[in-house]
Design a protein around this ligand. Sequence first.
Ligand code: F0G
Length: 454
Amino acid sequence: ESIPLEMHKVRIVQKLNLPPVERRLEAITEAGNNTFLLRNADVFMDMLTDSGVNAMSDQQLAAMMIADDSYAGSATYTRLENKLHEIFGMPFFLPAHQGRACENILAQVLVSPGSVVPMNYHFTTTKAHITLNGGKVEELVADVGLEVVSVHPFKGNMDVAKLRDVIGLHGADKIAFVRMEAGTNLIGGQPFSVQNLADIRRVCDEFGLMLVMDASLLADNLHFIKEREEACKGLSIRDITRRMADLCDVIYFSARKLGCARGGGMCIRSEELYRRMRGLVPLYEGFLTYGGMSVREMEALTVGLEETMDEEVINQGPQFIGFMVDELVKRGIPVITPAGGLGCHINAMQFVDHIPQAQYPAGALASALYLAGGIRGMERGTLSEQREPDGSELFANMELVRLALPRRVFTLSQVKYAVDRLEWLYANRRLIGGLVFTEEPEILRFFYGRLAPV
Ligand code: F0G
């Protein structure tokens, strides 16, 4: 049996609470069966997300103490800018308060009515910003990316032939940019290969298109490249990162994931584009030397980015996720394979195959798992989609419950507890019923919509 090994020790802990099942039923009912609306006090294992909740290192915490507080010209900002320049080699940087803020600025500058943005796969906030600006998302992930059970090492790859078709169909002048999402979130934290990125670059060059990488989940993607891509096995994480960055025109990220801090930013190759985007930073984020981030977080991010270049740091998440996925597979519980980054993804379409997609099987399963074990996961299925302009439901390609493993947060026994609760729930899955909205917000409804049992 392969047991993941923590390459760190625990030095600060937080007391947890496991409320009794009667309280859990009250809590999830109060939350409208939406795990986003649960209070932490009612949650035992918070597997909602890996965003902003990764454990920081002692070095990161120490760096926070020397942060240089200043509205403009902070030395902390200069350290961050230099680190990004060193790692990605891009000449320009703009800070933002988090990943979606980068998407707002990118979309406002590059997307207009009629624009098309081809990408390997959408992320919720990405798609919302593109459509808000009148653009359309084209999802071009290779077909294998949507197969739940697979042994393909790079399920996040874009299908190059599909990209050519989309360019042919709309015309290159309609393409705002091509977007590649590292560690493709909504299909199970699946990586793309350096080879695929290089192939996409070649098409972009042919048609004069910009290539934008969402690097929020780059750490996991880097680990998988190092492990699975033959041509990269001899390269350091730093070399692989640079090889990827050299293929891109813009790299943006959520620092709530990348760098285990909070914040975000955009590294930009073209001065002209930098100037166009720059104007929006003071408008939406804050002055150019903080962009909505606290100096303490920027200082922690600088250290966190450097730590991301260490294979023994970035392998921790994927190894624990790999363990959990293996344990679930052994028990016949339907889960996305191969294990990706970010978390473990339960296939609700199969787990609760008696619940129709119109009744949000993944939402129902997430709610049930909270009841069964005080575990908070996140629906990543039809609930997380936006309705079509005519109001009809857009059924997601996959109905997933994501159980995120925030980096370095959970111990192996907690992971085993989650496996045990899932095993119980799977044996009793016919107890789970579908959900219907009682309150449905128009934008990003999954965040604060409320539902009730059908
Ligand atoms: N891009 C990707 C790939 C993401 O996973 C996220 C956030 C964002 C952009 C937006 O960044 O949250 O800093 O504004 N993902 C979080 C999650 C919310 O839970 O998966 P943000």
